[in-house]
Design a protein. Structure first.
Length: 183
């Protein structure tokens, strides 16, 4: 009896990934491996998470989560964004988050920069992630992208110590100067 050859990995294949401290994701069935983040990366994630909790939880607009947490977009697209906001409580399951979150935030690092800007952005847009933010610690910049017909448009950007605001979320104001580690 012949067994079918699997061309794409699926969610059910992830439990066989090694427990080595890396993050394993599937992007259209291809395995992506990311090393553990640095302390500087985690500080940015923590401080941005606090600002997002204040805004989204404080207004009852959604729940904020951090990696590691599986976001199951399809059987072949399972990601662990640094930060995500879910506005529909029914998306939260025992497995993780089922379906596209309202907002996905990726903090760029040398090992993820290219993937986050290309294949991840393409998959997120194609699979219905409405808002995608790219946080670039090197450039001290945050780009806010909004989904439109399977692609993203830049709808907001702030640098250095500027205040980040967003046209879709009235009252959201994040002091970027609090995100960047001291020199």
């Amino acid at each position: 009896m012949d067994s079918p050859i699997k061309h794409k990995l699926e969610y059910d294949d992830l439990p066989s990934a090694p427990e080595d401290g890396n993050r394993y994701e599937l992007l259209d069935g291809d395995l992506a491996v990311t090393p553990s983040p640095s302390p500087a990366h985690q500080r940015i994630v923590r401080d941005l998470q606090l600002a997002l909790i204040d805004y989204f939880h404080g207004r009852g607009l959604g729940e904020v989560f951090l990696a590691p947490l599986d976001v199951i977009l399809t059987a072949c697209d399972v990601v662990e964004p640094d930060i995500l906001v879910v506005s529909d409580p029914d998306q939260v399951s025992k497995r993780g988050i089922e379906g596209p979150p309202l907002l996905v935030v990726e903090v760029l690092s040398p090992s993820t920069r290219e993937r986050d800007r290309t294949i991840k952005a393409q998959r997120y847009a194609a699979l219905g992630v409405r808002h995608y933010w790219l946080v670039d610690p090197t450039e001290k910049r945050v780009e806010c992208l909004r989904g439109k017909h399977g692609t993203y448009d830049l709808v907001g950007e702030a640098r250095g110590g500027q205040l980040l605001t967003h046209p879709d979320w009235d009252g959201l104001s994040i002091d970027l100067g609090r995100l960047w580690p001291p020199a």
